[in-house]
Design a protein around this ligand. Structure first.
Ligand code: EPZ
Length: 431
């Protein structure tokens, strides 16, 4: 069933929205429960498709999973069998690669794992993951549809491994594997994203000590006796950033609660420097955004952004690039959008041209968005998770009716987005 959003734009956003748990933290943390036979209680889980898919993969392998309240699961992995891992589910979600590290740690081998799905934003190979496991001494066998990885359980780990790029899930896979090894290994060129930090915090509770998580060098000393835990998933900085950008692009007065401001320092600085009226509460968890109309800054003057360059954390997150692209249509002047990470992520900007946006794509990694432009309603297609949220923002910012099809992509990472936007006064419904 193809679901769609029907949006009537032109209404400002007003009210308070709370930020849910981070999908990209929840996924590696759920995978981490494979490392112990004891009970793990994970709370503040976002109710999104990718989390349900990860739980399904665990259940297929034999995990005992019980919901305890609306956003908390209790998981027990006493007896799991990797061979039962559903090939189809693995293919549907890139993050299924996060099962590799913990399964390899627990069983010493992963036979015939399906390559995780790529997606419309880029090829997203798993070369970095496999190269890192080879550096740890693993034997990797590549087939057409499947790959296998084997590493003798008692093989001594090297003192250092250097990743081929700042890969988020490759960093997480190494932490998930090394957490169960009694030696000390330094990971260099590690990703610094907040969800890497949250995973390290969770592994520390299980008994694996690490330092440097959140920086590009992480040293981890694991143990073969990892225990059960209770862990609250960190709030989602990408979701918080999405609501900040939506409030600025559409206009209004919005309070964003439970926002991990410390992970959005650079994004907020960039927007305030562009003239945005954004106030951060001293508790560093509440953000207030005011915009008298779409793209407006302090004193009703149009924002001026000039350039958005996405980089690995602590740079501007690539996952906010599509929403920044929508804001760029509402601010004054040309804005260069530089997306060095993904070779196909700028495609969501071309969907905006159907609404009248003026976008000049320079190459697969750079585009110039001219503003301000009055967007009008159109029929749009959602190709991936983050561009889906951006197209919804564009529909709210534009005049008239916008229909967005294939929103199941969007539901992979945002819990009840239409309900929460409606609570802010938006005219949006799912059909
Ligand atoms: C994780 O994907 C996230 N997924 C992605 O979020 C996110 O876009 C990405 O990190 C980047 O932040 C999960 O955490 C489940 P990568 P991952 O290996 O690990 C290139 C979402 O919307 N790159 O960090 O698969 C790299 O080649 C999803 O929730 C460089 O060019 O991504 C790849 O094409 C989408 N140079 C891309 O960036 C670098 O130094 C992402 O790489 C590092 C990466």
């Amino acid at each position: 069933m193809v679901n769609s959003f029907v949006i009537t734009g032109g209404k400002q956003l007003r009210g308070t929205v709370d930020v849910r748990g981070s999908k990209n933290a929840a996924l590696p943390i759920l995978a981490a429960t494979i490392l112990t036979k004891e009970i793990c209680r994970i709370s503040n889980l976002p109710l999104v498709l990718d989390v349900h898919r990860m739980l399904k993969m665990l259940e297929d392998m034999g995990s005992s999973i019980r919901w305890d309240g609306s956003h908390t699961v209790v998981i027990e992995n006493k007896d799991i069998r990797p061979a039962r891992l559903g090939k189809d589910t693995v293919k549907k979600m890139r993050a299924s690669i996060l099962l590799l590290g913990p399964l390899l740690a627990r069983f010493g081998r992963v036979e015939k794992m399906t390559y995780p799905g790529g997606c419309s934003i880029g090829a997203r190979p798993i070369d970095t993951h496999l190269a890192a496991f080879r550096d740890l001494g693993a034997k990797v066998t590549l087939g057409g549809k499947y790959f296998s990885v084997e590493i003798p359980p008692h093989r001594r780990m090297p003192p250092e491994v250097i990743l081929n790029e700042f890969s988020v899930t490759a960093t997480e896979n190494l932490l998930l594997f090394l957490a169960s090894k009694g030696s000390t290994t330094r990971i260099k060129i590690a990703a610094c994203e907040p969800h890497v930090r949250d995973l390290a915090k969770c592994l520390a509770k299980m008994g694996a000590r690490s330092r440097g998580a959140g920086t590009s060098t992480i040293t981890i000393r694991g143990t073969d006796r990892l225990g059960g835990i209770s862990h609250r998933t960190t709030p989602d900085y990408i979701e918080a950033g999405t609501f900040i950008l939506a409030s600025l692009a559409v206009g209004g007065h919005v309070h964003i609660k439970d926002a991990p401001v410390v992970d959005l320092d650079f994004v907020i600085k960039k927007l305030v420097s562009a003239g945005a009226d954004i106030r951060v509460h001293p508790n560093k968890k509440l953000v207030e955004v005011r915009a008298s109309f779409g793209g407006a800054g302090k004193g009703g003057r149009k924002l001026k952004i000039d350039k958005i360059q996405c980089l690995p954390h602590p740079g501007i997150p690539t996952d906010l690039q599509p929403a920044f692209g929508v804001l760029a249509t509402q601010v004054s002047g040309p804005t260069l959008i530089h997306e060095p990470l993904y070779e196909k992520r700028l495609e969501s900007l071309t969907e905006l041209t159907k609404m009248g946006a003026r976008v000049v794509v320079q190459d697969p990694h750079r585009a110039i968005v001219h503003g301000p432009t009055k967007l009008h309603g159109a029929r749009l297609t959602c190709y991936d998770l983050r561009s889906g949220a951006a197209l919804a923002i564009a529909g709210l910012a534009g005049k008239g009716k916008t229909i967005i099809t294939n929103i199941e992509h969007l539901e992979r990472g945002y819990e009840d987005l239409e309900g929460r936007l409606r609570a802010l006064g938006a005219d949006i419904k799912k059909i």
